[in-house]
Design a protein around this ligand. Sequence first.
Ligand code: F6R
Length: 358
Amino acid sequence: MAQQFDLNNFEGLCKLDSTGMIPSLEGLAAQCALAGGDICRNVDLPGFEAISNIVVTGLGGSAIGGDLLRVYAADKCPVPITVNRDYGLPHFVGPDTLVFAVSYSGNTEETLSAYGEARVRGASIIAITTGGKLGEMALQDGVPLVKIPSGLAPRAATGYLFVPTLGILQRLGLLPDLTAELNEMTGFIKELQKKIRPEAPVDENLSKVIAQKLYNKIPVIWGSTGTTEVVAQRWKGQINENAKAPAYWNVFPELNHNEIVGFQFPPEILHKIHVIILRDERDHPRVQKRIEITKGVIKDVVDGYTEVWASGNGVLSRLFSLIYTGDYASFYLAALYGLDPGPIKAIDFLKEKLAAEK
Ligand code: F6R
C-alpha cells in the first residue's frame, strides 16, 4: 500500500492543489470583509414591496450561505427564511417574498428555473452571482445584482455568497447593524487561519488531526438544530467535494429519536465510522446532556468520535470557527488520499450530460 501523505509536507500540499484551494481558503477573511463592505454597498436596491418572508434559492456551495443566514438570523429577523434547493419554489412565494437567487457560476439550471418562477410570482428578487445566465437575466430584468468576483470554486467562495445576504437584509431593515459582529468575525478568522493553515504542523493543527482521524473511515457529522446544524451539512459537502469521500450528517436532538437505534448492525461497517460531534457550549443544556449520553451509546461500536468545539465571541465567529476548521480538514483529507481537492468531475459530468439533453 502507498505510504500515507505527510501533512507536514507543505510543498507536497501545494503540488496537489492545482486549482488554488490553498489561496482560496486563506482568502476567507478578505472575502467576508469585501462582501460586507463595497460589494454590498454598491448594490442598487429599489423600494421593495413589504416583505413577509425570504427565500434563498441555490444549490451546493451556493445554497449553504442560505442555511447560514437561516440559522444566524433565526432570532433576529422578523420574517421567516427558507432555503430552497430545487427547480420550483414553495407555494407561499409571492409579491411579499424576497428571493435571493444565488449561483456562483450563474448557470445552475435549478437556480435559473427558480429565478424564472420567482419572476412569474411577482416576488422581489436579488441575484448573487459572478455572472453567467443569471447575471444576464438580472441585468435584463432590472433585478438588483450582487456581482461577486469570479475564479473560485463555489464552495471556496462562501464569504462572497453568504455575507451579502446579511448586508442587504441590514440595508432593508430586516437585520440589525452587523458591522461590529462582522468585523469581529473577520479578525477571528484571520487568527484561526494561522493555526490551521497548511504551514502549521500536524501536532499543532486541529484540522490536520481531524483529517487523520477521518482517513479511511466513513465520516458521520453530528450538529445541533439551530446552531451547528449548518456546519454539519457543510462538513459533509466539503468532505464529499474536496476529499471525494462519502460523509453523512444529522442533528441533535432528532438523531436521538431514530439514528441512534441504528448503531448495532452491520458491526464491520460500524467500525469504519468516525463520528464528528460539533459542540457549542451555548447549545441548549438538554442537548448537551443528550450528547454526553449518546457518546456512551456509540463509543464501543464505532471507530471513535471526535468532539470539535466552537470558539469566538459572536455567533458568526462561532459558526465560522467550525466551518473553517472543517474546510481545512476536508482539504487535508483529500491530501491524505493523494488527491487534488479542486476537481469535481462527477458534478461537471452531470451538468454536461443534462445540458446536452435539453
Ligand atoms: C462546487 C460546488 C458545487 C456548486 C453547485 C452549484 O465548488 O460547491 O456544489 O456550488 O454545483 O453551482 P453554482 O454554485 O455555480 O450555482
